[in-house]
Design a protein around this ligand. Structure first.
Ligand SMILES: NC(=O)c1ccc[n+]([C@@H]2O[C@H](COP(=O)([O-])OP(=O)(O)OC[C@H]3O[C@@H](n4cnc5c(N)ncnc54)[C@H](O)[C@@H]3O)[C@@H](O)[C@H]2O)c1
Length: 303
């Protein structure tokens, strides 16, 4: 079914990870569409609380927005939230994000991303809420060399605890779809950028370094290739998913990306070489003209 054929309806939506990059942008859009939203977030210490507080400052002025500070690992907190708000749909974005730190803290990542997701699914079962949008990640593709990445590819070989935790989340989602007939869409986001971007992500770091006149922190030689997706496209993918799940349900996995991959260094140069007053640091790798484009499998979500 085409998205354009679907009438949007007003929802009561519980958003986990509400104060984060994607969560706060999503909430602003949902409120504009007339949805009522309960956001929950524990202000995880991965990056500054003040950044997250400012992300939801505008939303907090809105009468359709409610916020509760709490942890998805705390089942009595979740129970109270579900009891009080009685959502008809959950968007689960809360997670320990970031690939590299997960290698240092695998238990922490497993605890939040897997046990936290299980807690949420169990709470939905208890309160008879059967619609979930789950934030998965392109990292589940690991070192797969076949391009374009497709939702039907085998993703049994994750290469970081973060990727394994996202794959485990997808598996739990499928289990609850099978056992309890939940409607669940797992969205695999491909590196997201834009306003409020997490401070640990490359484009944020590059910008900060440039304005501070510092060197650019490339990992490797800058030839790493990624699909960079603008936050507006991700938000549109999530809202389209919400509308679609309300009408057709089921269990689906969707890639949510821009559709082209760029070398890290190319992406950097595209953004900044034409900016007046910007002097390129000395450590920019060579070969930055190289750009490879692969068409990624984009699904009906984009429609
Ligand atoms: N940003 C990306 O490029 C990207 C790519 C792929 C997948 N994702 C996924 O999208 C989701 C959102 O990512 P983001 O970039 O907005 O990250 P983010 O860190 O900005 O937001 C995540 C939010 O979850 C909260 N949180 C963490 N642990 C929690 C817990 N135990 N209880 C309650 N809240 C908790 C954090 O405080 C944070 O505000 C995550 O699930 C992430 O894994 C993001």
């Amino acid at each position: 079914m085409l998205y354009s054929a679907i009438q949007a309806m007003k929802n009561r939506i519980l958003v986990t990870g509400a104060a984060g990059f994607i969560g706060s942008n999503l909430i602003d859009t949902l409120l504009k569409s007339g949805d009522e939203v309960l956001g929950i977030d524990n202000f995880d210490v991965y990056y500054k609380r003040t950044i997250k507080e400012s992300n939801i400052e505008d939303a907090k002025q809105h009468k359709q927005f409610h916020f509760q500070e709490g942890d998805i690992r705390n089942t009595s907190f979740l129970d109270d939230s579900f009891e009080q708000f009685n959502p008809d749909l959950v968007v689960h974005l809360a997670a320990k994000a970031g690939v590299r730190p997960s290698i240092v803290d695998p238990h922490g990542y497993y605890d939040v991303n897997v046990i936290g997701t299980l807690n949420l699914l169990e709470m939905m079962r208890k309160h008879n809420i059967k619609k979930l949008i789950f934030a998965s990640s392109s990292s589940v593709y690991g070192n797969n060399s076949k391009v374009p990445f497709s939702e039907t590819d085998v993703v049994d070989n994750p290469i970081s605890p973060y990727a394994a935790s996202k794959k485990a989340g997808e598996l739990l989602c499928h289990t609850y779809h099978h056992l309890y007939n939940f409607d669940i869409y797992c969205l695999r986001f491909f590196t997201v950028y834009g306003p409020r971007q997490r401070p640990d992500l490359a484009i944020h770091k590059f910008t900060k370094a440039l304005y501070g006149n510092d060197s650019i922190p490339f990992y490797g030689d800058g030839t790493t290739k990624r699909d960079y997706t603008h936050i507006d496209d991700i938000i549109q993918g999530i809202t389209n998913s919400i509308n679609l799940i309300n009408h057709s349900g089921g269990y689906h996995i969707f890639n949510l990306g821009f559709g082209c991959v760029y070398e890290c260094s190319y992406c950097f140069l595209q953004g900044y070489t034409n900016s007046p007053g910007i002097i390129l640091p000395a450590n920019i790798p060579h070969g930055v003209q190289a750009k490879q484009r692969f068409k990624m499998t984009l699904t009906m979500i984009r429609e």
